[in-house]
Design a protein around this ligand. Structure first.
Ligand SMILES: *[C@@H]1O[C@H](CO)[C@@H](O)[C@H](O)[C@H]1NC(C)=O
Length: 221
């Protein structure tokens, strides 16, 4: 399948999918989706939400009894029967990611391996990069992750070139970002690559968001 060139997305509408799992971090998902929602006012974007089943996926897992504050998102597809025309896949992180490997992640891992060759882009936020590293897809690539989980993340992909001092890292078509809010900065940079810098700035302005646009400047490293 042809790949997008800078400023020339390969499809319109451009199809973005998000990989959900119990215990995902809300902002890892909704930060990038807010960017896409704003973008989609002029740019046709199609969205799919994937998980193991079609049941709502909660930000809370059974081992998080301390929290009464939870939200759920409703998947549109399962990993077993995903849409066939996904352009970009976003993998969030979150407390639930630390439960991997776990039976739930078998489906996600299998889907990642099968979908990767036809993806235009694979994007991760926070410990989502650890979930992808577990499949070997990040081997010999540069990647980053959440600095609060840094020690654990490194053990999930020993052949990955983990870059600590980074808000996000681009390695060809695999983009990984640091913790939680960094997903917004990475997604804006990715929008700039595919749809142009002006569009990215317009989206940030619409969000009244100060885009930290220097990928190598990470206050939290
Ligand atoms: C990055 O952000 C700085 C500070 O807001 C701004 O001056 C600069 O023009 C931005 N650069 C790009 C490429 O967006």
């Amino acid at each position: 399948m042809t790949r997008s060139q800078p400023g020339q997305p390969r499809h319109s509408p451009y199809h973005v999918a998000v990989a959900l799992f119990p215990g995902f971090e809300l902002l890892d998902v909704t930060g990038p989706l807010e960017v896409l929602n704003m973008l989609s006012r002029e740019t046709p974007i199609k969205l799919s939400l994937l998980s193991t089943t079609l049941d709502p996926v909660s930000t809370k897992t059974a081992d998080m009894p301390y929290s009464m504050c939870e939200q759920s998102m409703v998947p549109t597809h399962t990993y077993e029967v995903p849409p066939s025309d996904i352009d970009a896949l976003l993998v969030p992180g979150g407390t639930g990611a630390r439960l991997s490997p776990d039976p739930h992640f078998k489906d996600l891992h299998a889907f990642l391996r099968q979908a990767f060759p036809s993806l235009d882009y694979l994007l991760t936020v926070c410990t989502g990069s650890a979930l992808v590293a577990q499949t070997g897809l990040l081997d010999d690539r540069c990647a980053t992750s959440n600095k609060n989980a840094w020690e654990w993340v490194q053990t999930q992909g020993e052949r990955v070139e983990w870059v600590k001092d980074a808000r996000w890292v681009e390695d060809d078509n695999v983009w990984t970002s640091a913790g939680v809010s960094a997903g917004i900065d990475m997604t804006l940079a990715w929008v700039a690559k595919l749809w142009g810098l002006d569009r990215a700035h317009a989206v940030a302005k619409r969000m009244e968001y100060v885009w930290k646009n220097d990928s190598s400047a990470d206050t939290f490293a």
